[in-house]
Design a protein. Structure first.
Length: 276
């Protein structure tokens, strides 16, 4: 049973996701179609890559991942099929896949050349599903495209360390459903730079002096519940993917606000770490 995943910025209001799934089932009747997310912010390459990078490996090998974010075909946004880590990825060559690789080496990339379909205004439906169908029947990648080494890269996505190594400048790359903000600062890199030094994290006007490994670690359970600083506590944490996250403990964005709304942290907001 072929596994096909969808990662798109189509949302849930319109009919797009439904007709894509209908087309997949016509093309691959025994497919198992799973949504990774259809709520990627429109045209947000960094967000799409972050979601996909942290989800794809949970699926069985040979899974086929369709990425419908900024997917309209153009001379600067050609369609590609990439094999990596024994998975297949179908999407536009717009930088998402280079972010997904994060410096790792892909196995093979072909530029999709199904010419009669490439001019489609809905390529996820008309092109990507056809390619997924071909792969599900164990077809060779070269049948749907020509091998290429050209993979578009997105620059200025990694944190920057100043020359004296006293300041690390990162940015927000993702805001989750709870309004917690994820930065592009990874734990391993942070610890390599930090060494034994103390630090201060600046997130707009908010400061943090410690990074927790879990949400519960930030709560002192020896203090009676009625006296604890618990719900609404601001914390910096290493999330499950190993990225620095700014959060509010047990926040409900619709009632009390979130790190996103209360601290004014938006996509690409600068997060600065000062090493002391």
């Amino acid at each position: 049973m072929p596994i096909i995943t969808l990662t798109t910025d189509f949302g849930t209001k319109d009919y797009f996701v439904s007709v894509i799934k209908a087309s997949i089932y016509k093309e691959i009747p025994n497919a198992n179609v799973i949504d990774i997310s259809n709520s990627i912010s429109p045209f947000n390459h960094s967000e799409a890559a972050y979601i996909l990078k942290n989800a794809y490996s949970a699926f069985p090998k040979k899974s086929i991942h369709i990425v419908g974010v900024d997917s309209e075909f153009s001379p600067e946004n050609k369609h590609i099929l990439m094999s990596f880590d024994d998975h297949y990825f179908i999407g536009a060559n717009n930088g998402i896949f280079s972010l997904l690789l994060d410096g790792k080496k892909y196995d093979k990339i072909v530029e999709i050349n199904i010419h009669e379909l490439s001019v489609s205004s809905f390529p996820v439906l008309d092109v990507f599903v056809k390619v997924a169908g071909h792969l599900s029947r164990k077809g060779n990648m070269e049948i749907v495209g020509t091998e290429t080494k050209k993979l578009k890269e997105i620059v200025n996505v990694n944190p920057v360390l100043n020359e004296s190594k006293t300041q690390l400048i990162g940015s927000v790359i993702y805001i989750d459903n709870f309004g917690n903000v994820v930065t592009n600062i990874k734990k391993k890199y942070f610890l390599d730079v930090k060494k034994s030094r103390n630090f201060i994290i600046y997130a707009n006007s908010v400061k943090f002096y410690k990074i927790y490994d879990s949400y519960s670690e930030a709560i002192d359970f020896d203090i009676p519940k009625s006296k604890r600083e618990e719900e609404g506590k601001k914390i910096a944490i290493w999330n499950s993917a190993g990225y620095l996250e700014i959060a509010i403990y047990k926040s409900n964005p619709s009632i009390v606000g979130s790190a996103n709304s209360l601290f004014g942290l938006e996509f690409r907001t600068t997060i600065t770490v000062e090493f002391l």
